[in-house]
Design a protein around this ligand. Structure first.
Ligand code: ZN
Length: 60
């Protein structure tokens, strides 16, 4: 079975992770980069593309 099912609208912006890591430019004391994890604005944290896209296709 392929990893990406054709009928699963995975968000292309976050690749289905539903979150996006934003690098702040700052670093932690241990040297690692400080990042902010926010909900993906493209899919609003769902990890899938908006349903409107699919409903347009199904509405016909
Ligand atoms: Zn997304």
């Amino acid at each position: 079975m392929p990893q990406h099912a054709s009928n699963t609208p995975v968000c292309c912006a976050c690749d289905g992770f539903a979150t996006a890591a934003i690098t702040t430019g700052a670093r932690h004391r241990n040297g690692s980069r400080a990042t902010l994890t926010v909900a993906c604005p493209a899919c609003k944290g769902t990890g899938h593309t908006a349903r409107a896209h699919a409903s347009v296709k199904a509405g016909r």
